[in-house]
Design a protein around this ligand. Structure first.
Ligand code: CA
Ligand code: CA
Length: 207
């Protein structure tokens, strides 16, 4: 009788143990069978209007936690949203990426024209757990300032340029409202002198 009791107890213990392990075993099974999940990648481009040679910061993040040094591909297109070319391959830190694009280098096509409208996007190839992701498209306008005082690059000097200088007025590099395009005399401050340059050329436009 004593022997039987012991066997019964062991039987119950083993059964309970197996029952408790069953969900874990099933979970492992379902995790293994899981398909890669959708992911996304963001992009932020600043500034979006730039004089050729100035830097544009392109940055963003992958929505999932990825190991550091995961590659992100930054691509550009000459306002056609097709024929995407590689601008840079950058590595992530804390799932974030950042690239400083100097606008007179890096463009492969067309080789002779740095000016114009450039579409930029970021792409991640995904991994074992996540599907590839492509960001939205941002457009950068690269201009060659033809008219002194044309701050916004629309080839005429008017109230819009006064407004751009006005917004940046009093700023300096590092200041949240700093806009290098508005610093017409390149003295690292936006003040009355810059406003005077716009005023002097007010009304001028490309013939
Ligand atoms: Ca203008
Ligand atoms: Ca200035």
């Amino acid at each position: 009788m004593k022997q039987l009791d012991r066997k019964t107890i062991w039987g119950i213990v083993l059964t309970l143990l197996l029952i408790s392990m069953l969900p874990m075993a099933l979970n492992i099974q379902s995790a293994r069978a899981q398909d890669p999940l959708p992911s996304s990648i963001s992009i932020d481009v600043d500034p979006i209007l730039v004089v050729v040679g100035y830097n544009v910061t392109i940055k963003g993040a992958i929505n999932e936690t990825v190991p550091d040094d995961t590659s992100v591909y930054i691509e550009y297109s000459n306002f056609t949203k097709s024929n995407w070319n590689l601008l840079a391959k950058v590595n992530t830190t804390n799932s974030q990426y950042e690239y400083n694009w100097t606008t007179d280098v890096g463009l492969l096509w067309p080789p002779t024209n740095k000016y114009g409208w450039w579409d930029v996007r970021a792409r991640w190839e995904g991994d074992a757990n996540y599907l590839p992701a492509t960001s939205t498209v941002k457009t950068v306008r690269v201009v060659k300032v033809k008219i002194f005082g044309d701050v916004n690059g629309d080839v005429k000097v008017d109230g819009k340029d006064i407004a751009v200088v006005g917004v940046a007025f009093g700023s300096y590099p590092g200041h949240p409202r700093w806009n290098p395009l508005a610093d017409l005399n390149h003295d690292n401050k936006i003040d009355g002198i810059d406003l005077t340059f716009v005023a002097k050329n007010f009304g001028k436009k490309d013939p």
